[in-house]
Design a protein around this ligand. Sequence first.
Ligand SMILES: [Fe+2]
Ligand SMILES: [Fe+2]
Length: 314
Amino acid sequence: MEILNVTEIEPRLKHPAIFDRFDALSGGEAFVIHNDHDPKPIYYQMIAKRGQTFGWEYLAQGPDVWQVRITKLEGSEKPATVGEMVAADYRRAEVFRKFGIDYCCGGKRTVEEACRKKGIDPDTVKKELADAGTRGGSIHQDYNRWQPDFLADYIVATHHRYVTESLPMLYELSAKVARVHGDSHPETVDIARHFEAVAQELQMHMHKEEHILFPYIKQLAAARRDGKPVARPPFGTIANPIRMMEAEHESAGGSMEEIRQLSDSFTPPEDACMSYRVLYAKLNEFEQDLHQHIHLENNILFPKAVDMEATILG
Ligand SMILES: [Fe+2]
Ligand SMILES: [Fe+2]
């Protein structure tokens, strides 16, 4: 196997040389880096730039010589999807948001496909994505590295709680604005109707996650840590409830998209009263929270849960 002796490379060229070597690999191929200290910084840089597309295995761990075998994972040569890209580095979400590209419900598309659908030049988006990866700030919101059971609890404690707390106010405001302004602004009546549907769907949806799917994910995570056996769930395999949850995400995301269009991207008309303005501002916030919520489930939690189940139950 090829050994890349990093100690012989000029400092500023070390990381580019490793990336070049990695990018030239086909799925399943590997090379070894040889260094005089722990090359962990390269690991973090690769996670940030290439996502979970590689294996990282120490062959020697000091004190004088460090060797790591880096393997390109099978199937990782396929272009990453928008959802996977955001999962690998959350700073990219801002770029997709700016171009109106949906990275949660529509997260299974590649950048090319998403751009084609929106009629945007993919090169412009790719350039901004590359810049986003080098921008300061951290990838501390690196949910990808969290344990799945912790992530499930986090989603419930933040996003589910946010939805539960926001629904009564939004429900009341949208009904009030439709009642008062429906004659001069008929779109407010449709907005209230769409919102009522989203509110009902989301309540049932979150109940299913909290009482059926997430407890099973937490069981799998505990089993993986402690080696305890897990019984086959009544729903057969986790792929079944996940498919249902993803379809419901699609539906809620679609209704919010309708509301966005009806409200001209949450822009209140000149004559809007305070309730009208608060409603639009709050709906905008609600949609953004929903996108992040669905992203964490579709792109991070669910794929990890599928992998855990496959490893544990075969
Ligand atoms: Fe959820
Ligand atoms: Fe969900």
